[in-house]
Design a protein around this ligand. Structure first.
Ligand code: FAD
Length: 471
């Protein structure tokens, strides 16, 4: 199917069903993405009701114009960017931010898809509840994008990813019909699960306009520690010990490497370095405990047992909220430090947890076989999810190694695949990993995905070129 560009006449034809406020200035932010790999194109339309979204999608379907669902623009795989082809309508949800309802007794909240994650946190907190999905881009990422990419983040270990936190959806399907699926049910076995199909579909199967979200009681006491470990194997043993001590109270378990702290020191010197001497490997452990349990005491007991078992050699336990924040800032600013250094190739991968130490050891050899590079490997160890990023040596720029990029990516992904892992743990496929999906994806699954796409979006107007190769 050949698609058509959104011409000025076509955009004018949309005015019948939308207010003037829906037609947005073409600000540069809509055409940029965090890593600067692509520049996008499109005409931005931002309805403020689900009927407005349906009106736009119906018109696009009738005129064969591509639709690009758009949230906060923080996606890391280019799903929110159309660099070439027919000019799409960038369908921004930014004006749909209403909290439609909050039921503290059910631990449920219904929110429109344009809500920013930080605002959702604040509304939940005001009701003495927790919405646990948390990523460093929480001040910009919007609910539709978080669900569209099935975002993960730092609390997956305890609460699951975006998919696990979603009970129901309202969405506009590619023909413009509205699906009213905002159920607040924990159990609903009524046939195929359209909600789970749309979550993680990266705007290729429809536009999410609102969601029913799971909330949780707020932990009574929270604590954070940094602990120095000998290496990834000791970190995994420490995680097992922490869960033995604290059960589901462990809400985050992040591993970091010396390279991350060195990048922070170089690019963001105002961030307080936690250690006098930078260790090779260390972990951040975050706990949230029920009434009657003191997090600092629990972390001290854990540290003492881990020290005795030879798993940790040094550590610090946050003594205040400010110190907790400072520990977390180290973790959350590492992606920004990486961005400032400029990677040659970045990989968001997951592996069966027990093979991670072997993967990290083999990875060093694989990268050294290609050339002299620096590796910053860090991430959500508790979920088996590593961010494995490869950088030039000091004094060189990422751009100096464009020729090596494909070889590095291929070598890392081949190793991940061989060891039973995934080449996209939490960022999605977008445009960046279409070929990887074709190379490493199960062919039967791919055929089923293409059949689903053809059934729901026969004209291929929804985010063409993302996830699956375009028409
Ligand atoms: C500093 C930083 C840290 C990050 N950390 C993490 C992390 O820890 N874990 C993680 O998983 N991700 C992380 N990300 C990636 C990114 O923030 C997530 O992918 C986020 O979910 C994208 O949300 P967004 O609103 O910005 O979506 P966008 O970037 O606007 O869109 C992303 C994708 O979702 C689709 N989409 C957007 N809105 C809708 C909708 N309403 N309906 C259907 N599809 C839609 C788009 O078409 C696109 O394919 C990080 C990004 C940055 C910049």
């Amino acid at each position: 199917m050949t698609l058509n560009s959104a011409t000025p006449d076509f955009i004018d034809s949309l005015r019948a069903g939308l207010s003037d406020a829906a037609f947005r200035e073409a600000e540069p932010r809509y055409f940029e993405e965090p890593r600067g790999r692509w520049r996008g194109q499109g005409v931005v339309v931002a309805p403020d009701t689900v009927e407005g979204v349906a009106h736009v999608v119906r018109a696009c379907a009738a005129a064969d114009v591509p639709v690009l669902p758009y949230g906060g623009g923080t996606g890391l795989v280019g799903g929110q960017i159309t660099p070439d082809g027919p000019v799409p309508v960038i369908l921004s949800l930014e004006r749909m931010r209403t909290v439609r309802g909050l039921w503290p007794e059910e631990n449920v909240m219904v929110v429109e898809a344009g809500a920013i994650l930080q605002d959702i946190h604040d509304v939940a907190q005001a009701a003495d509840r927790l919405f646990p999905l948390s990523i460093a881009a929480k001040g910009s990422a919007r609910l539709g994008g978080l669900l569209g990419t099935n975002a993960g983040g730092v609390n997956v270990l305890r609460y699951g990813n975006a998919r696990d936190l979603c009970l129901g959806l309202e969405a506009v399907l590619p023909d413009g019909r509205i699906w009213h699926g905002l159920k607040r049910l924990r159990k609903d076995n009524t046939g195929y699960d359209l909600r789970n199909l749309l979550v993680g579909s990266e705007g290729t199967l429809g536009v999410i306009t609102a969601a029913a979200l799971k909330l949780y009681p707020r932990p009574h006491g929270e604590g954070t520690a940094l602990m120095v470990v000998e290496g990834p194997r000791a970190a995994l043993d420490l995680l097992a010990l922490a869960r033995d001590h604290l059960g589901e109270g462990v809400s985050a378990f992040e591993i970091m490497h010396r390279q991350g702290l060195e990048f922070l020191a170089e690019t963001l010197p105002d961030i307080r370095q936690p250690f006098d001497v930078i260790p090779e490997w260390f972990v951040l452990i975050d706990v949230g405990l029920a009434r009657g349990l003191d997090p600092a005491t629990a972390l001290e007991t854990l540290f003492a047992d881990a020290f005795e078992a030879g798993l940790v050699s040094d550590g610090m336990i946050a003594q205040s909220e400010a110190q907790r924040h400072a520990f977390w800032e180290v973790r959350e600013q590492i992606p920004e430090a990486n961005r400032r250094i400029g990677s040659i190739s970045s990989h968001d991968i997951s592996l069966p947890m027990s093979v991670i130490p072997e993967f990290i050891a083999r990875g060093v050899g694989v990268i050294a076989g290609i050339g002299a590079f620096r590796i910053n490997c860090f991430g959500h160890l508790g979920d088996g999810n590593l961010h494995y990023n490869v950088f030039p040596m000091p004094g060189c720029a990422g751009a100096d190694h464009v020729a090596a990029r494909d070889a590095i990516k291929r070598a890392v992904h081949d190793l991940v695949h061989e060891m039973g892992g995934s080449v996209s743990a939490e960022h999605g496929i977008g445009r960046l990993k279409v070929e990887d999906l074709e190379r490493y994806g199960d062919p039967v699954k791919l055929a089923a995905m293409r059949a689903i796409k053809a059934a729901l979006d026969p004209k291929g107007i929804m985010n063409p070129g993302a996830v699956l190769r375009g028409p």
